[in-house]
Design a protein around this ligand. Structure first.
Ligand code: SF4
Ligand code: SF4
Ligand code: SF4
Length: 216
């Protein structure tokens, strides 16, 4: 894992999985997303705002945490961060190009690739697909190719005395949108939190969409 944080280091932490180093499982290349998140949080004055809110510099467990995972394996534990970003790559099916090799079924851990009894590609079961992109990489003919992609945005995860998993915003989002929602959530936290509260307390009260300023 790599960490990107800015002075004062205790105010926030942006953690990324091994995706930026080229992990073979990554669904998307994050590019400079972790750096952009850290720079954005620094520029918005999160460190000073957190110190104002608490009346002192934050302790480690009071850090605002952002976690970036480049596939649904979620190695950096985005579900328990204040903001968690998970890369998603949905496959597009073109059954006419399928040669019935079966590689996609071997690659898919969710049994989401639907083949006909003949072995021919039929469809992707969207309800089961986790958008990891593994079947696309496995398919030798292009019958499965990259479809919709983007970042899942989860808000308000935490551990501690009252642990909770983060709540996910609907849809997939561009890297720009992921940065924007992260900064909006941090601003909402500074404006509405009481000392001792986490973003998860606010998400539990008003929902992830309200915290991120998502209208519909
Ligand atoms: S989350 Fe996925 S891309 Fe990131 S290190 Fe884990 S397996 Fe690799
Ligand atoms: S993207 Fe991943 S989960 Fe979805 S069908 Fe392909 S291998 Fe299965
Ligand atoms: S990997 Fe591609 S060619 Fe092979 S069965 Fe699956 S869709 Fe067809």
């Amino acid at each position: 894992m790599s960490k990107h944080s800015a002075p004062p280091a205790a105010a926030f932490a942006v953690t990324a999985c091994r995706g930026p180093q080229g992990c073979e499982h990554r669904a998307l290349d994050p590019g400079d997303l972790p750096q952009r998140l850290a720079e954005g949080l620094e520029a918005m004055g999160l460190a000073a705002g957190l110190a104002r809110l608490l009346g002192r510099p934050p302790k480690r467990h009071e850090q605002f945490t952002v976690s970036v995972s480049c596939c649904p394996n979620a190695c950096s534990r985005p579900q328990i961060a204040d903001v968690g970003l998970i890369a998603a790559q949905r496959p597009k099916a073109d059954p006419a190009r399928c040669t019935r090799c079966g590689a996609c079924q071997d690659a898919c851990r969710e049994q989401a690739v639907v083949l006909l009894p003949s072995g021919q590609l039929d469809a992707i079961d969207e309800g089961s697909c986790l958008a990891c992109g593994a079947c696309i990489a496995a398919c030798p003919t292009g019958a499965l190719s990259p479809g919709r992609s983007g970042w899942r945005v989860q808000l308000g995860g935490r551990l501690g005395r009252h642990p909770r998993l983060a709540e996910e915003l609907p849809g997939l989002h561009s890297a720009d949108q992921a940065v924007e929602y992260t900064l909006r959530a941090a601003r909402y936290f500074l404006e509405h939190a009481r000392p001792g509260q986490r973003l998860g307390d606010l998400v539990a009260k008003v929902g992830a969409k309200a915290v991120a300023g998502v209208k519909k």
